[in-house]
Design a protein around this ligand. Sequence first.
Ligand SMILES: [Zn+2]
Length: 423
Amino acid sequence: MTLLKPSYALRYRWISGLLLGALLILASPTPVASQTLISTRTQIDVQFPASITFSLNASSNSPITRVVLRYKMDRLSCFEEIVDRHVDFSPSTELQVSWVINMRKIGGLPSGARIHYQWLIEDEAGNRHETPKETLMFEDSRYQWRTLKQGMVTLYWYEGDDAFASRLMSASQASLDRLGRETGASLDRPTALYIYENTTALRQARVFPQAWEGGVAFPDYGLVAIGIAPQDVVWGEEAVAHELAHLLVYQMSFNCYQDLPTWLNEGLAEYAEGEPSSDERSRLERAIASNRLISVKSLSSSFSADPQQALLSYNESRSLVAFLIQEYNQDLLLEAVDWIRKGHTYDEALLRVYGFDTDGLEAAWRQSIGAPPPFTTSPSATPAPTASIGGLSSASADLVALLGVGMLFAAGVAHAVRSHSGN
Ligand SMILES: [Zn+2]
């Protein structure tokens, strides 16, 4: 098992990056609309990862009485999440105001997040003015990112050579191809992978980093950030394959009702990585031989926090997905996902598509892998604790520890533990 690497001293690049990190964009003055007398000039100051400051200079013949910053994060969401921020100021014909989005208050945003915004201004005479809608990219400008794009995926990296980046890109594409071939799903939104040079650099790019954090996925934004040292490229290939698969699964199963069962979500991501390793195979075989498989019902919710149980949960999940893909028509899996997406229970979805519920799936799968039939009373693995994560206010942030053992979070609740072995 790979352990988290010890943190080492901040690099000079990081310190100088902080000093130079302020990205100042001065927008050209918006022309005065013929029907109003209000003129404006806007400015953005990005301090990654801490804050974004929106500033406005406005003037009018009549005192300006109302200023609103309207913005919206560019992400998959069930609702139109428009935020209006009313700015306090004393009415004046000339004013300079600003609004700060403090990332510590919203749980942070990853590099590559896009925000649409505009200012709404009103003066005492009743003139109204809206600045043009603009889009801001919240990017980690402390690094000189290089890019590699293929299809819907763009890889950003700054450490390591072209061969390193192209290996990670190939692994990403192979993962998408595999899931596409087996389930018919494909990415329909652009996706970006930000590859930091190691986990320390990754955590420095986060406002609330977890000590174990090796990667973070924001599937609603189509963004992933991972710390991968060039010498860890073999592990990195697995990590990007797994995370890309999660983004694809998120897009194909996006709904406002419920998450996929954990075994299906993690199983698809594991399946997309390719063939199981010999370690993974033997762990599953040992569990079969000792009749210690974790029940599928138990795998539908949070995986155990116990590392060994968690590893077995991932192995079983992969095996379950492989069983469904290989034994049945591949379109059926996507159909089952679709029923869940429409709000049906897991059992209903399975019954409609495969003719068995979760227990029926477990019985058929056990038979296919040569395991004894399940207990009649539903056994469960080590109780799966859930943990609310302070500070993780981005409801759909999906954090994955990609080095060592860590947790996968969704909606602020731990729901899985994942570990990687070997490098
Ligand atoms: Zn995962």
